[in-house]
Unconditional design. Sequence first.
Length: 95
Amino acid sequence: MSIYKTDDIEDSISKLYLPMKQKSKVNKKKVIVIAGPTAVGKTAISIDIAKVLSGEVISSDSMQVYKGMDIGSGKITKREMHGIPHFCLDIANPK
């Protein structure tokens, strides 16, 4: 559950992101980077933003790339993904 309201996110995106998209002469894909300390809600806000923009989430967490490191890393569950495609989770063996 995000601490942000979806309406607030949509409003912010329409003010910041969409004007840049309209001005761009070349149709380049944009990347939004969400960074911060542990347990501040980065995953929840990434889901909300991805829903608004029909986007995807690419995880760069140093522990979530490992298979089986679910509990200690706070790895997102399939249910929490809300149908948003996620990448770079469970891609390496912790050897």
